[in-house]
Design a protein around this ligand. Structure first.
Ligand SMILES: *[C@@H]1O[C@H](CO)[C@@H](O)[C@H](O)[C@H]1NC(C)=O
Ligand SMILES: *[C@@H]1O[C@H](CO)[C@@H](O)[C@H](O)[C@H]1NC(C)=O
Ligand SMILES: *[C@@H]1O[C@H](CO)[C@@H](O)[C@H](O)[C@H]1NC(C)=O
Ligand SMILES: *[C@@H]1O[C@H](CO)[C@@H](O)[C@H](O)[C@H]1NC(C)=O
Ligand SMILES: *[C@@H]1O[C@H](CO)[C@@H](O)[C@H](O)[C@H]1NC(C)=O
Ligand SMILES: *[C@@H]1O[C@H](CO)[C@@H](O)[C@H](O)[C@H]1NC(C)=O
Ligand SMILES: *[C@@H]1O[C@H](CO)[C@@H](O)[C@H](O)[C@H]1NC(C)=O
Ligand SMILES: *[C@@H]1O[C@H](CO)[C@@H](O)[C@H](O)[C@H]1NC(C)=O
Ligand SMILES: *[C@@H]1O[C@H](CO)[C@@H](O)[C@H](O)[C@H]1NC(C)=O
Ligand SMILES: *[C@@H]1O[C@H](CO)[C@@H](O)[C@H](O)[C@H]1NC(C)=O
Ligand SMILES: *[C@@H]1O[C@H](CO)[C@@H](O)[C@H](O)[C@H]1NC(C)=O
Length: 524
């Protein structure tokens, strides 16, 4: 009998493996999810999922009055439909500080690439009057416009906020060109910034009195410990005019050509994200104390961020694994009250969420990181309806992360991200191996019973650069010009039972799953 039952079990396991592509060898991991909002939760602002678009490439993304870029607009609409507001667009980056206005220029931009400084963007740039048409092509979209601090130039638009200078903490050291002497310090920066913003204010008051007084995001430093310290700029009177609306910082997890950077070790790694963002959290908590008497509610945002600086690395920043990183990274920011995150974009950038036009380097299309933005926006839900709070649910391993979303104080959604690398290219060239999966027991309050609805962020593996879906839907350019297209080969809205406060969820390696608990009756 004994040997027969063992054989039976083996046969059953073998059969199960034939019909079920997922290998359930992992142990179950318990996740405790509080029914009420934990103290450490963060409260994202509207348009939490936002973008930053490199100044020189904005016309590629937005098009112009005669040829608006409808593909980009469709992608922005998808996010707006999920989070209640279309992403806010910061137009800026390194090229904002090279831009000079040329009223006689017949094209939107005229840039010269100097490969000694950067192969990825022009380091000399003129913009003409038609550049500003690009601000009118996306309906219901709000912008932050970046002015040049490196060289000084002015032009106006109809915008949400303004920014003067990109990453001035690198002005003394930048590989793209040094524009300030070694002696330039925080106080010099503050003086220049105040002088510049006051000049712009005066010009606007004369030219566009209807706009009202401009509000700024600042200081937009590349980091928290470069050649200028952000905190010293506030101590030095950066907000003397009380017209800063948001504290903006920039962050990248690592560099595109930095030795030792890998998908698993650097991006699909919760601890690496925690370590990277700890610098911003130190800054924001210090500023919260410093500014308490001045402006206690000044929100802290990431005005520019993405996976790997210098425009990303192929095989890393453009792979599905980077989309999973993006989900963990954005939700970790949200948890910690970094209240809006602008993912940076540019034409041909390796970390781009989408490529807005066809070039000889990159195919026009929706790229994996966009699907990360979609999953984050789905987790946020409509942020214009009631207060949403995001809390991290601590897990043991670097390769996993989980979050809960509360709306109006009620638990609504749980996101689990399994960041174990599953490289299907390697695996399919060797012996076919079932894709491992981790089982999570979500311990929601005991009184919860009924069912949840599961939506998955899925692809064939962490190295996939196409075939990505969110809840069985593709937003690929070639299918619907960026509009949602339901795929026949991917599941949607799976039903998950919730019994006496426990829901058991399988999450395959290199994928994420969000459980909507809306249909679950909770007696708490
Ligand atoms: C977890 O799995 C390992 C290997 O399959 C097994 O030895 C161990 O007993 C399991 N632990 C639990 C708590 O199930
Ligand atoms: C508008 O965009 C189209 C397509 O990129 C381009 O051919 C045209 O020159 C642009 N118009 C202006 C005024 O820049
Ligand atoms: C780039 O650097 C090389 C070597 O230093 C130099 O010969 C060349 O003139 C530089 N090109 C430009 C455009 O500055
Ligand atoms: C002040 O701003 C004006 C206008 O941008 C500029 O011409 C001038 O050089 C600035 N002065 C200082 C000291 O930065
Ligand atoms: C800041 O940078 C300096 C010089 O590079 C370094 O010695 C110091 O450890 C850094 N501080 C932090 C908090 O990273
Ligand atoms: C994740 O990142 C941390 C911090 O950089 C590092 O110590 C750890 O080894 C990494 N984990 C993996 C699995 O690579
Ligand atoms: C945190 O900020 C304070 C105040 O500027 C600074 O002294 C300290 O070095 C910072 N610590 C880290 C880890 O960045
Ligand atoms: C690719 O396009 C750029 C910009 O239009 C152009 O300067 C370059 O010569 C092209 N390269 C090739 C290999 O066609
Ligand atoms: C995945 O496997 C392929 C094929 O071996 C390899 O070229 C690629 O670098 C791997 N990708 C990652 C992100 O490790
Ligand atoms: C993903 O895997 C399926 C099933 O093996 C295959 O049909 C499909 O072509 C793969 N997609 C990509 C983008 O590799
Ligand atoms: C579903 O089909 C699309 C388009 O053919 C493909 O890219 C994707 O990899 C497929 N997904 C699966 C899971 O087979």
């Amino acid at each position: 009998m004994h040997s027969k039952s063992v054989l039976g079990a083996a046969l059953f396991t073998a059969l199960a493996r034939c019909t079920d592509p997922v290998d359930h060898r992992g142990n179950t991991t318990a996740i405790t999810v509080s029914g009420s909002v934990p103290h450490h939760a963060g409260t994202p602002l509207e348009a939490f999922v936002s973008y930053s678009i490199e100044f020189a490439f904005f016309p590629d993304f937005a098009g112009n009055s005669s040829e608006p870029n409808t593909f980009s607009n469709n992608l922005l609409n998808n996010l707006g439909n999920l989070q209640g507001t279309k992403p806010y667009i910061r137009v800026g980056g390194n090229t904002q500080d090279y831009a000079l206005y040329d009223s006689s220029l017949k094209t939107a931009t005229f840039g010269i690439v100097n490969a000694n400084r950067s192969v990825d963007y022009p380091t000399s740039l003129s913009v003409g009057p038609s550049y500003f048409e690009s601000y009118t092509t996306w309906p219901n979209t709000k912008f932050i416009h970046g002015f040049n601090l490196g060289k000084n130039a002015l032009e106006s638009g109809r915008l949400l906020y303004w920014e003067l200078g990109n990453e001035p903490d690198l002005f003394k050291t930048s590989a793209q060109g040094i524009v300030r002497p070694a002696s330039w310090n925080e106080q010099d920066y503050v003086s220049e910034w105040l002088n510049g913003t006051r000049s712009i204010k005066a010009v606007l008051a004369r030219a566009c009195p209807d706009l009202g007084a401009p509000k700024w995001i600042a200081p937009s430093f590349a980091g928290t410990n470069n050649s200028l310290q952000p905190i010293q700029t506030w101590q030095g009177g950066l907000d003397a005019d009380k017209d800063i609306a948001l504290i903006s910082s920039h962050n990248y997890i690592g560099g595109a050509t930095q030795p030792g950077v890998t998908l698993q070790g650097t991006l699909m790694n919760h601890s690496s994200t925690v370590r990277s963002i700890s610098h911003q959290l130190n800054e924001s908590s210090y500023l919260a104390t410093l500014l308490r008497s001045l402006n206690p509610s000044l929100p802290f945002i990431l005005g520019e961020t993405d996976s790997l600086y210098n425009e990303g690395a192929p095989g890393l920043s453009n792979a599905f694994g980077a989309a999973l990183w993006g989900v963990d990274f954005n939700l970790w920011c949200a948890t910690n009250n970094i209240r809006r995150v602008h993912m940076h974009q540019g034409t041909d950038y390796r970390y781009g969420a989408w490529q807005p036009i066809e070039t000889n380097k990159t195919t026009k299309g929706t790229k994996p990181p966009y699907y990360g933005s979609i999953a984050v926006a789905a987790m946020m839900g409509d942020l214009t309806k009631g207060t949403t709070a995001i809390a991290n649910l601590p897990l043991q391993h670097d390769e996993e992360a989980a979050y809960a979303a509360y709306v109006g104080g009620m638990l609504k959604r749980v996101m689990v991200i399994n960041m174990h690398e599953y490289n299907y290219t390697i695996i399919s060239s060797a012996a076919p191996s079932p894709r491992p999966s981790q089982t999570y027991a979500l311990n929601v309050p005991q009184g919860c019973s009924g069912f949840g609805v599961v939506q998955r962020l899925m692809a064939n593996g962490s190295d996939a650069i196409s075939g990505i879906t969110w809840n069985g839907v593709s937003y690929d350019h070639e299918l619907g010009n960026g509009m949602a297209v339901a795929m026949g080969n991917a599941t949607r809205n799976e039903i998950l039972e919730v019994n006496s406060g426990v829901a058991t969820l399988d999450v395959p390696w290199s994928s994420a799953a969000m459980v909507n608990l809306q249909c679950c009756k909770c007696g708490y």
